[in-house]
Design a protein around this ligand. Sequence first.
Ligand code: SAM
Length: 221
Amino acid sequence: MNTSQNTDTYATDRFQMVQYQLVSRGIQDERVLKAMSEVPRHLFVPELYRHAAYEDCPLPIGEGQTISQPYMVAIMTQCLGLKGKEKVLEIGTGSGYQAAILSRLASYVYTIERHEGLALRAKKILKQMGYDNIEVIVGDGSLGLPEKAPFHGIIVTACAPHVPERLLNQLETGGRLVIPMGNPYNQILQQVIKTKSEMKSRDILECAFVPLIGEEGWKQE
Ligand code: SAM
């Protein structure tokens, strides 16, 4: 199969992913749908799993970690309510795919990954793709990134035992935190909106994420 046929195949797969996995399940934010119909997810997936890049599931990316299911990426992104001018923090870069989607929807994205190998690979792909409004940082994202705070949006793509207080402190008023909470067997995706007087939380859906490992997360196994 030549390259142009490959490109066409992935374009069709991507279109079908958006229609049958996202639109049909209620994703309505047109900007999110557009970003997900444009960013080439297959480039963020290891060669071995590339054929399955647009399937309705997470996939292994090395270091025992995963790229999240497309629907999960879409709903988490939609929960941030991005309009285009925001500064966003992602915790758990993984493959770099979620950061790529965010970079199409916000003004600047900081993304933190604790595995250096994954961070370097994500950085390389994002650079090759010309996404120049993303900074990949190696470190413990459970502490956030106080030197760049406040953020309009913080998205945590690993499961935390509790909402890290330090992340809430790094949200601006009106800002949103999207975070999977719970334990390995029972997790719920939560959206927290910081208002002038309180934190408004709502449960979004059940989910299954790898653990957030760090000072404000789970202890290293
Ligand atoms: N957003 C990713 C993507 O688009 O491919 C998927 C992320 S994967 C489900 C979760 C990631 O969180 C893993 O790569 C894991 O190493 C990372 N992680 C876990 N604890 C972390 C921490 N304290 N700081 C930064 N990254 C962390």
